[in-house]
Design a binder for this molecule. Structure first.
Ligand SMILES: [Mn+2]
Length: 260
């Protein structure tokens, strides 16, 4: 089993050109029912398609263990790739903090079946070691994936941080289980500030074609500059966004056309 104190993996570069279809999925938050529906509607094939998750797999929804099992299987079989969200790190932080932040499903599971809860906790610790950022090489573009924000809106800065061995060995965490320098990656809400300051152009991330994120709830997938926000608040809106690569690229093209 994975050692939870090991340095977190940060940036993973994946060539995904060989998949038939690539889908990007917003924050699931335990809504395995919606995930199943969406994959069925898309005729998702675990043999030839890839599902890219922007993090926050657990908490709030009713089917957290099912989401965890599906994603763990997908990671090992190659039909899923993910970045971690803030909620995916809570199981490594203070228990009380997690419980106060929608982890109560786990408390109930523990009261009901302690052994099963321990098994699930081990799986959650394994998921928390997944990368904070993905860099996907597709035949059309290089696409970054993070749950929150990119440090300094510069993908090269992220690469440099990920390669910094001193930072990589840093295991100090806050109550939320997050190593400090990762905070903007996991919990950044730059889009809100940019909207407030009316500086949407400032959201552009340099040194990468496009960036896809979750964490901030939007009504429908929102495209601003070279960024896409795809968390449509599944756990309470009952709408989980699963968007294909061509749909995503069309969204970016439309956003670019609006600016010029
Ligand atoms: Mn989040």
């Amino acid at each position: 089993m994975t050692d939870p104190t090991q340095p977190l993996s940060k940036l993973k570069v994946l060539n995904v050109e060989h998949y038939r279809n690539i889908y990007f999925c917003g924050d699931i938050h335990g809504r395995f029912d919606l995930l199943e529906q969406a994959l069925h509607a898309r005729q998702f094939s675990a043999d030839i398609d890839l599902l890219v998750l922007v993090g926050d797999l657990i908490d709030r929804g009713a089917y957290c263990p099912q989401v965890v099992d599906f994603v763990l299987e997908g990671l090992s079989k190659g039909y899923a790739a993910m970045v971690t969200g803030n909620h995916d790190h809570y199981p490594l932080g203070d228990y009380g903090y997690w419980m106060q932040n929608d982890g109560d499903w786990f408390d109930r599971l523990k009261a009901f079946d302690r052994n099963e809860a321990n098994t699930v906790l081990e799986k959650l610790k394994r998921l928390a070691t997944e990368p904070l950022a993905l860099e996907l090489i597709t035949s059309d573009a290089r696409i970054g994936v993070v749950h929150g924000d990119v440090p300094d809106n510069c993908w090269q800065r992220l690469r440099d941080l990920a390669n910094d061995t001193e930072l990589s060995n840093q295991t100090e965490k806050n109550a939320a289980g997050e190593p400090r320098w990762h905070r903007c990656l996991l919990s950044g809400r730059g889009i809100l500030k940019a909207k407030q300051l009316n500086d949407l152009a400032g959201l552009r991330v340099s040194n990468i074609d496009y960036v896809v994120s979750g964490h901030v709830v939007v009504r429908t997938p929102e495209f601003i500059s070279n960024r896409a926000y795809i968390d449509t608040g599944a756990y309470y809106t009952h709408r989980l966004t699963v968007i294909s690569l061509p749909e995503l690229l069309a969204g970016f093209n439309a956003a670019t056309a609006n600016i010029s």
